[in-house]
Structures are given as C-alpha cells and as structure tokens.
Design a protein around this ligand. Structure first.
Ligand code: HEC
Length: 119
C-alpha cells in the first residue's frame, strides 16, 4: 500500500513536471506582440527553443538560433533579407508579413536566443 502511494506520488510529480514544461513551451505567444507571429509562422520549423528539430538541422540546414558562433557571424540585414525573400527550404514572408514584422522577428525573436555581444 505504501508502495502504491509513493508511485502515485512520483506519477503526480512527473505529471506536474511535464505540465510545467508544456506550459513553458506554450508561453511564446503569451509573451505577446511579435512572438505571436513567431509562434504562428516560424515555430513549426524553428521550434519554441530556436534550435529547430534535429532532422531539420541535418536535412534542411535549419540554423540553431542558440549557437553563439552562428549568431556572431550573421548580420541583421542578411537575416532580414533571408526571411523576406526565403532561403532554399524556407518560404519568403515578403507580402505575407509587414516589413516591421520581419525586422522584429529577426531583431527581437531570432536574436533573443543569444544576445549578440556589444560590438
Ligand atoms: C518550412 C519551414 C520554415 C519556416 C516556416 C520558417 N523557416 Fe526559417 N529557415 C528554414 C530553413 C530550412 C532554413 C535554412 C535555410 C538555408 O540556409 O538553407 C531557415 C533559415 C532561417 C534563418 C537564417 C537565414 C540565413 O540567412 O541564414 C532565419 C533568420 C529564419 N529562418 C527565420 C525564420 C522566421 C523569422 C520565420 C517565420 C516568419 C521562419 N524562419 C519560418 C525553415 C523555415
């Protein structure tokens, strides 16, 4: 009986933990503003954590937004052009999103995964 109680305890603990993780992942649009657009348009490929899926990274060369080397080597203007015009497997968003949205997606969302060093 004691065993069952402790198993129940562990189960509830795990359920609470995974619920906690899920609600953390769902928080993107809760941040409001441009994050609602990221969640709607970008998250399916780039994921909430900005890393993209492993398979996506290997096959489609989805960049890992949390990679410092990558962040340091790409300029805002290049990323804005890529999102506007599309890049290989990524669709272009010019016309679908406003210019301001595209700029904010890069400057706020993409850069948030690793704040660029002051240069
Ligand atoms: C259909 C999947 C898909 C969607 C949706 C998508 N992307 Fe991408 N994204 C990619 C892929 C694949 C690449 C890698 C392109 C390459 O280098 O070949 C990429 C690359 C990028 C890059 C790097 C571009 C560069 O110049 O290296 C940025 C920034 C980016 N995406 C932002 C976004 C934003 C912002 C959105 C939402 C508006 C978005 N992506 C939606 C698949 C996607």
């Amino acid at each position: 009986m004691k065993k069952i109680a402790s198993f129940t305890g562990i189960f509830i603990f795990c359920a609470a933990l995974s619920f906690g993780c899920n609600s953390k992942q769902m928080a993107l649009s809760e941040k409001g503003g441009i994050w609602e657009v990221y969640e709607r348009e970008c998250q399916k490929c780039h994921r909430a954590n900005g890393k993209g899926s492993l398979i996506g990274r290997i096959i489609f060369k989805i960049p890992d937004f949390t990679n410092t080397k990558w962040q340091d080597n790409v300029s805002d203007s290049r990323l804005i052009i890529s999102v506007a015009n599309g890049k290989r497997k990524m669709p272009g968003y010019k016309g679908k999103l406003t210019n301001e949205e595209i700029v904010d997606l890069v400057k706020i969302c993409v850069r948030s995964y690793y704040p660029p060093l002051d240069k």
